[in-house]
Design a protein around this ligand. Structure first.
Ligand code: CP
Length: 294
């Protein structure tokens, strides 16, 4: 199956992905994708998602094709459907795509036989990030049924927040707190979520604190808060983490802006699992790619 949105996943499929990711983490590389070609099409910038998908595909024995869009015929006006169909004609079996618009995936699904993975769509969805985040929480023995999580920062423009809320709800999490200034909180109520503008209240007794980058590329310059004020009120710091449970973990999907949404000492401190998220990203993406063809 394709992986475009968390909504298309069922709980047993998520469980299988967790089991596969655990297997790949604990065992040597398998050549389960030998003979397959994975196309990487990133219409927006990426470090973690692009590199981890490329490593995941290669570790499973697949060939990768990373199209440099700046030098591609998209610059001459070719549309994404034609680009994808041409690469499919060359033998690409699956495409990992990051694009500004979620609707692109629906359009491609209707016309393309190759498998499709959403590697981040505008402000809407980043399902593979949500899967690796939940996998990381599970690795820290967090119980989804009783989990309390605070997602802090620019939730309104964050595809990571939207996919995490959907996935955590599917997994049975009942206490999701969305914390930030009013302009960064969702415009409409979200099922299962409580909004806070006070960070210390939002962090009280949580098991997981996840902070997000301000998505300045997705907002008007006039909506950008003063970064010093933002840091004073909303940055996750070691001292603020004391409101959370003593064994709480601190997460960030990256890229981080140190000194804006997170204190360096907290990012590199004992509660931070940020680099574990990155490491788990490779294993989760191996599980996802493997699952496409099994
Ligand atoms: N978390 C995430 O999607 O990072 P990149 O933008 O570097 O891929």
């Amino acid at each position: 199956m394709n992986l475009i949105n968390v909504k298309s996943l069922k709980k047993p499929q998520v469980k299988t992905l967790f089991e596969k990711a655990t297997f790949f983490k604990q065992n040597n590389v398998q050549n389960t994708l030998a003979g397959k070609t994975i196309g990487l099409l990133f219409f927006e910038a990426s470090t973690r998602t692009l590199c981890s998908f490329e490593l995941a595909a290669k570790r499973l024995g697949a060939i990768t094709l990373n199209l440099n869009l700046a030098q591609s015929s998209t610059q001459k006006g070719e549309n994404i459907l034609d680009t994808v169909k041409n690469l499919e004609a060359m033998g690409v079996d699956a495409f990992v795509i990051r694009h500004q618009h979620l609707s692109v995936f629906e359009m491609l699904e209707a016309d393309v036989k190759a498998k499709l993975i959403n590697a981040g769509a505008g402000t809407n969805a980043h399902p593979t990030q949500a899967l690796l985040d939940a996998f990381t929480m599970q690795q820290h023995n967090k119980n989804f049924e009783t989990l309390k999580i605070a997602i802090v920062g620019d939730i309104r423009h964050s595809r990571v927040a939207h996919s995490n809320i959907e996935l955590l709800t599917l997994l049975g999490v009942k206490d999701i707190r969305l914390v930030g200034p009013k302009a960064f909180l969702p415009e409409a109520d979200m099922e299962n979520c409580q909004c806070f503008t006070d960070l210390n209240q939002g962090l009280k007794d949580v098991d997981v604190a996840m902070t997000l980058r301000i998505q300045k590329e997705r907002m008007q310059q006039t909506d950008m808060p003063d970064t010093n004020d933002y840091y004073d009120n909303y940055a996750l710091t070691q001292s603020r983490m004391q409101s959370a449970k003593p064994d709480a973990i601190l997460m960030h999907p990256g890229p981080m802006n140190r000194g804006i949404e997170i204190e360096s000492a907290a990012a590199d401190g004992p509660q931070s699992v940020i680099l574990q998220q990155v490491e788990n990203g490779v294993y989760m993406r191996m599980a996802i790619l493997d699952g496409l063809f099994s």
